[in-house]
Design a protein around this ligand. Structure first.
Ligand SMILES: [Zn+2]
Length: 332
């Protein structure tokens, strides 16, 4: 991987759906580039040299991670400080700030602490706005023998063409379900494999939802969708779900309802459900009781709500509106 004909490009773009392992591979590659023991090209980092030990401690001086502040909080579900200060949580940026890129620029211009490679991982690249991306481009244009950028993108088509043209794109496909099931089973998560279709067949997304407790919340949303209560009572229940610690976001809740309505539409035209195949029979039963035009109307109405789900002015009213729109086809 280092030296000779197999030299790695200095800017890599790992592109593909979320939850298929792009960040995990980027980190493994970063550790390998930083590793100080000579290794065969296809071998992983040694894990025992001074650099690997620093890597394992999470404090490698020649590694930088660029990510939005909001991602940091997502990594710490149930953290007392963040939960206690909901005001701060709202302010956490979903964008990579220009100041963060400037710090990388400084890091780029000083020589490395260990005299070897230096690596910057950007996760995700679409969290850079055009101004931030342009200032990163300026760094990418200056060649440096020992500096590597690994950009991660779940939506690479949205990236600036200049960013795409200056990096080597590596596409990540979705693993086959059998492979994902094995991977989940190895992590004692076999029972959650039924969520693979819901999460776009991305095993890491399923594992993450299990870890953060969101799968539990999703289970109860599905139970509600199978047996919906009257709209106001339903809004009440879902309000407590989105308020709970490590809970579903409003956006995720709306998207779950959208997926459910989509699958009802599939069943209404005798097509297989895409997101909830294990609920095929129940979905078919519900679809049989309602008219297709009313269902399509509900789908459109919930779709319109989606745009507001990030920052509803009044979460309670928003949820009531969602329940009325979603359950109207069922006569509730
Ligand atoms: Zn090592």
């Amino acid at each position: 991987m280092t030296g000779g004909a197999t030299r790695l490009p200095h800017a890599l773009l790992f592109a593909g759906a979320a939850g298929v392992g792009k960040r995990e591979l980027a980190d493994a590659l970063a550790a390998r580039l930083l590793c100080e023991q000579p290794r065969q090209p296809r071998e992983a980092a040694c894990g025992v040299c001074p650099s690997c030990l620093m890597w394992a401690s999470g404090q490698h001086p020649d590694y930088r991670l660029l990510q939005p502040d909001a991602a940091l909080e997502d990594d710490e579900p149930g953290d007392a400080a963040t939960a206690a200060d909901a005001g701060d949580k709202k302010k956490a940026s979903k964008q990579i700030r220009i100041q963060q890129v400037r710090e990388v620029e400084e890091f780029f211009h000083v020589s490395g602490h260990r005299g070897g490679a230096r690596v910057c991982v950007i996760d995700p690249a679409e969290a850079m706005n055009p101004i931030t991306a342009n200032s990163l481009l300026k760094i990418l244009e200056e060649p440096s023998a020992s500096f590597y950028f690994i950009m991660i993108s779940h939506r690479w088509r949205r990236l600036l063409p200049t960013l795409l043209s200056r990096s080597r794109r590596v596409m990540f496909g979705r693993p086959p379900d059998e492979q994902s099931q094995r991977w989940l089973a190895e992590r004692q998560l076999a029972e959650h494999a039924k969520w693979l279709p819901f999460f776009g067949h991305a095993p890491l997304a399923v594992a993450d939802a299990a870890r953060t407790g969101r799968l539990k919340a999703l289970e109860s949303v599905v139970a509600d969708l199978l047996k919906p209560q009257e709209a106001l009572a339903q809004a009440n229940r879902w309000e407590s779900l989105v308020k709970a610690d490590g809970a579903l976001s409003m956006e995720e809740l709306v998207s779950t309802v959208q997926k459910w309505l989509f699958d009802l539409g599939q069943c209404a035209v005798a097509a297989p459900p895409r997101y909830f195949p294990q609920q095929n029979k129940a979905l078919g039963g519900i679809a049989a009781r309602m008219s297709l035009p009313v269902l399509i109307q509900a789908q459109q109405q919930v779709f319109q709500l989606r745009a507001w789900s990030n920052h509803p002015l009044n979460p309670r009213l928003f949820l009531e509106d969602l329940c009325v729109r979603a359950f109207r086809p069922l006569g509730l």
